[in-house]
Write a protein that binds this ligand. Structure first.
Ligand SMILES: [Zn+2]
Length: 258
């Protein structure tokens, strides 16, 4: 039976109780945890994303003109949240990882803010890749965005790799295959947890949203913290509809609360 809470003090009490009962906590995070850092949610109605939507993978591959447009949108979006930094929600999870209470953060986000909050890379599973750098689709070598952008702006051509391969942000575009290693790690981390905290995900994008379902099916407890209803609320043990920062603040540590 799902318990739904909208009061923040009540959320603190319930969440503490569930977390104290748990031995292995995993987090599953979505766009909502980063909106408090000023990163627009792809799904929000007046988002810049609506005018600069990401281009599906097959279209990206189809022509240089489309790739140019894709880079233009990417840099336009990046400029809209330059300097975005982790917030209380990210720091709370970082501290739980530090204390050994949380073994994995599975994220749908591509903003790199979990890493920026101090979490070791091997504790973060980026299901949809990372938008803070680029990669060659042929040889896999990493390309820094600053260099890509310089080339893009000076030559008016989509950047290519030295090997001749196509360079793309290190994200998983719509229609692109899910990264096998990350899927495997997320699966293992999900089976290991006895409590999963789904934070700021609308839980509508699959296969990612399958992990909270798998957690529940494997006997873990599931807590959903999200501003809006989600399709998985009915299978959760606890649903908290309140701001993520205020809900997670007690776990962030006083030095990081500002
Ligand atoms: Zn290459």
């Amino acid at each position: 039976m799902t318990k739904i809470i909208t009061s923040v003090p009540e959320a603190h009490a319930e969440l503490s109780r569930l977390m104290d009962d748990a031995e292995h906590i995993a987090a599953f995070t979505g766009a909502g945890i980063s909106t408090e850092s000023g990163i627009p949610d792809f799904r929000s109605k007046d988002s810049l994303w609506k005018r600069n939507p990401p281009i599906p993978f097959d279209e990206f591959m189809s022509s240089e003109t489309v790739r140019m447009e894709s880079w233009r949108r990417k840099f336009t979006m990046d400029d809209s949240y330059t300097g975005a930094a982790p917030n209380v929600g990210h720091y709370a999870l970082a501290r739980l990882v530090d204390e050994g209470r949380m073994h994995a953060i599975i994220t749908q986000n591509i903003d790199g803010l979990h890493e920026a909050s101090g979490v070791a890379k091997d504790r973060i599973i980026e299901l949809h890749g990372n938008g803070t750098y680029a990669k060659c689709l042929t040889c896999g070598v990493r390309h820094e965005l600053s260099a890509v952008r310089k080339k893009f702006e000076s030559s008016n051509r989509a950047p290519a790799c030295l090997c001749g391969g196509i360079v793309k942000t290190a994200t998983i575009a719509f229609g692109q295959a899910m990264p096998q290693d990350e899927m495997r790690r997320a699966h293992a981390a999900t089976l290991q947890c006895d409590l999963m905290l789904s934070i700021g995900s609308s839980l509508v994008v699959y296969p990612a949203a399958g992990f909270p379902v798998l957690a529940k099916e494997s006997g873990a407890r599931l807590v959903i913290v999200n501003r809006d209803e989600t399709p998985l609320d009915g299978i959760a043990d606890l649903v908290i509809r309140a701001g993520i920062g205020e809900v997670l603040a007690p776990w962030a540590g006083r030095d990081r609360l500002n």
